[in-house]
Design a protein around this ligand. Structure first.
Ligand code: ZN
Ligand code: ZN
Ligand code: ZN
Ligand code: ZN
Length: 740
């Protein structure tokens, strides 16, 4: 009997199907050997030797594996093909201690019969370089986490933590927030002419933009105020609008490469609203195997952690056959299209994320997938197929129109040949112009002058954060998703109503401490350099222990120095001009578990505290609003207090009585379901904001998006705030939208 070991039971089931009777396939259920849970587990003095142990909940599985291994003729370690998988194989080998000649490593990047058979025909030894790169990352992250976090506990607050890649990601978000705060918008104006054909102005009209004055291009900020704009429009009211030139050209639009981990996470965030973590979880299900028909599991996509855009020869030729058969010869290519990688990262896997068979169209397997699996598979399938389809051809037209000493320009574009756009939607928009000819005199219908203001770079979305992390070299395919979920779990950043990342007060405080005292940990270039060195370890260019040593020694030295030098006060207190009304000492701003507050600098002798001015105003207003609110338990007056999720009402008899009530944050919208409730802001158990009827539990009406207080003119459902400063209808079947 031959033994094949993988890390997941689903994967085991899929592989089992492709192997004959002589094989048993067993799962290790993830890592079976790791650093200890409750202590650092690194022997720094003996060359950073990791002290691995078998976690309690893996012990049973390890003994099962050992029993099978003893009787096996051959053992194949078939864990995932990246560093993580290589390390699991290595740990398995260490624990099972097989005889050298009867154990082999096999790797494949899709779970299909052919891939498994091929890998069994080409087994190899465990790649120690890949294992070492994984060990180095683990040890590095452990050292930073275990040594820096206690510093934060001592000097800032208990329960905080710092991590290597996470802290760099938080910094990106805090830096962006600071840029937004500092940003001073500039006002500027643009002028557009609504023009029509002389004979049929109503039917054949279009918009042209003011582009030049006296032959000089008008730049974005050239028209600075209303006065300037009005001067131009009054100048142009009685002008003759004449077409001076019409230029036509063909523009080709090429498809994007098939997905890497990063681009898949970005597109799934933009098009499907999936978080990076969710995308990876679903992709893993598709990769490990889905039952297509009873008892027939198959891996639907290739390995989902990759930064490669390559496609295998088989995938390339089968996609041409499929495209030509399905859409016609015109949509196929004469030569395969190859893409170049943008980044110079090391390749852990050697192919892009693609369907394991292009013939398995999304619709043909829809019945076997849950809705989320279907959506992601559909996206992956389309992206890969489109990447090997003919480019789209756009016909672009530029029309120049003179009016006195001004020049207006209109552009139009139509899709001449849709090519890959047939199956992959992009933001390509057609803009039609009427049929026009040179020297034609047009009729001015209206002049518009529009006010704009410059905007700062926007806050990061899940998609733009992944994109920027990849561009900056912060992290790798295996780390984008876990990094983004960790910084949210730790409460350092949160998503606002627009699904964009904002730092929390805690996140800003920890970031400030790290930037000031541990600049390397949050230095993007340094973090990227570290990732590069991990790649070099994986490629066998350098050894892992010296890399750790070079990082650790200065880090530890600095940590010791800062531990002595820096006081808690310095890090957590801001001076103010106010004095304590109890003892006369200066008041300082402190950062508490629930945000900032004022406290006496004489603490602990004087325990006087009070809320910040704006906080106080908010609380006073609420207190007034709830002046007659009585405790349900003891009947005493309720007081406005501040907790983790903001203000709430607590009994004034506290701590004798622990009665509490939520403060209802009204949205101004009435409940459309029961007709007499108000829609208020609430928080789910996971901390996500939602909006629901305050007559709950009698009425269960609830929404994720915030209502703006109006109802839809089309269907009378509530209108809600949507991304991009838009207002849309909350009714999924209604298409009403307004706003920019
Ligand atoms: Zn005091
Ligand atoms: Zn009470
Ligand atoms: Zn209701
Ligand atoms: Zn509606």
């Amino acid at each position: 009997m031959n033994l094949v070991i993988v890390e997941s039971p689903t994967k085991a089931k899929t592989i089992k199907r492709f192997l004959g009777k002589g094989y048993s396939v067993i799962s290790s259920y993830g890592h079976i050997r790791d650093l200890p849970k409750n202590n650092m587990g690194i022997d720094i003095k003996s060359g950073f030797k990791p002290e691995y142990e078998v976690p309690e909940n893996s012990k049973k599985q390890v003994s099962i594996l050992k029993k099978h291994a003893k009787d096996a003729d051959k053992i194949y370690f078939a864990t995932d093909e990246d560093r993580e998988g290589e390390a699991i194989a290595w740990h398995l080998k260490y624990l099972l201690k097989p005889k050298k000649e009867n154990s082999k490593r096999i790797a494949f990047h899709e779970i299909t019969k052919k891939a498994i058979t091929d890998s069994l025909e080409n087994p190899r030894e465990i790649d120690q370089n890949l294992v070492d790169a994984q060990q180095a990352r683990r040890v590095l992250d452990r050292l930073v986490g275990y040594e820096l976090s206690p510093f934060l506990w001592k000097k800032v607050r208990m329960g905080l933590s710092a991590g290597r890649v996470q802290s760099a990601a938080v910094r990106m978000i805090v830096d962006r927030e600071n840029e937004i705060r500092k940003f001073k918008p500039d006002e500027y104006w643009t002028i557009e002419a609504e023009l029509g054909k002389k004979d049929s102005p109503k039917k054949d009209k279009f918009i042209a933009k003011l582009a030049k004055k006296d032959g000089k291009i008008i730049k974005k900020l050239d028209i600075k105020d209303n006065k300037q704009a009005e001067e131009i429009t009054s100048d142009l009211k009685d002008a003759e609008y004449k077409i001076t030139e019409i230029k036509k050209n063909e523009r080709k639009k090429f498809p994007s490469p098939p997905f890497t981990t990063s681009t898949m996470q970005q597109e799934a965030a933009k098009k499907l609203y999936f978080s990076a973590k969710q995308t990876m979880m679903i992709a893993q299900q598709l990769y490990e195997g889905i039952e297509i028909g009873e008892g027939k599991p198959i891996g639907l996509i290739t390995y989902m952690r990759t930064d490669s855009v390559n496609l295998s020869k088989e995938a390339l030729s089968s996609s041409q056959n499929f495209i030509k058969k399905e859409y016609g010869d015109g949509y196929g290519l004469e030569k395969f299209r190859f893409f170049k990688k943008k980044s110079k990262l090391a390749q852990e896997a050697h192919e892009a994320i693609r369907p394991s068979s292009i013939e398995r169209t999304p619709d043909s397997i829809r019945q076997y997938l849950n809705p989320k699996q279907f959506k992601l598979y559909d996206l992956i399938w389309r992206r890969m197929t489109a990447s090997q389809m003919k480019e789209a051809i756009m016909d672009a037209t530029t029309v120049d129109i003179s009016a006195k000493n001004y020049l207006f320009r209109a552009t139009g574009s139509i899709i001449k040949f849709d090519g890959f756009l047939k199956i992959y939607k992009t933001d390509t928009k057609e803009k039609l112009l009427p049929i026009l000819k040179k020297e034609e005199i047009l009729k001015l219908l209206k002049l518009h002058s529009n006010k704009h203001s410059t905007e700062p770079l926007p806050r990061y979305t899940e998609a733009s954060l992944v994109k920027t992390m990849e561009e900056q070299g912060i992290g790798r395919p295996s780390t984008y998703a876990p990094t983004i979920s960790t910084i949210q779990q730790r409460g350092y950043v949160k998503k606002n109503d627009d699904r964009k990342f904002e730092p929390t007060e805690t996140g800003e405080l920890v970031n400030k401490v790290l930037v000031e005292h541990f600049p390397k940990i949050v230095d993007l270039k340094f973090t990227a350099q570290m990732e590069k060195e991990l790649d070099d370890i994986a490629n066998g260019k350098i050894k892992w222990v010296p890399v750790i040593k070079e990082f650790y020694e200065p880090f530890k030295k600095n940590l010791k120095k800062k531990d002595k030098e820096v006081s808690k006060k310095e890090l957590t207190e801001e001076k103010t001009k106010e004095t304590c009304d109890k003892c006369g000492k200066p008041m300082v701003i402190k950062m508490g578990r629930f945000g900032k507050f004022m406290a006496c600098s004489g603490y602990p002798a004087c325990k006087n505290t009070k809320p910040l001015a704006e906080e106080k105003a908010k609380q006073d207003a609420l207190q007034k609003q709830y002046a007659h609110e009585k405790c349900d338990k003891c009947g005493a007056q309720m007081k406005v207090k501040r907790g983790r999720y903001g203000e709430f009402l607590g009994c004034s008899n506290y701590p004798k009585c622990k009665g509490i009530k939520p403060i209802e944050k009204k949205t101004g919208a009435g409940c459309p379901k029961c007709g007499n409730g108000d829609i208020i802001e609430k928080r789910s158990k996971k901390g996500r904001t939602f909006y629901a009827c305050n007559k709950f539990p009698e009425c269960e009406f609830a929404l994720w998006q915030k209502p703006n207080g109006e109802v839809c003119p089309k269907c009378k459902s509530l209108l809600v705030f949507a991304a991009g400063k838009k207002i849309k209808c909350s009714n999924k079947e209604c298409d009403f939208v307004k706003g920019q």
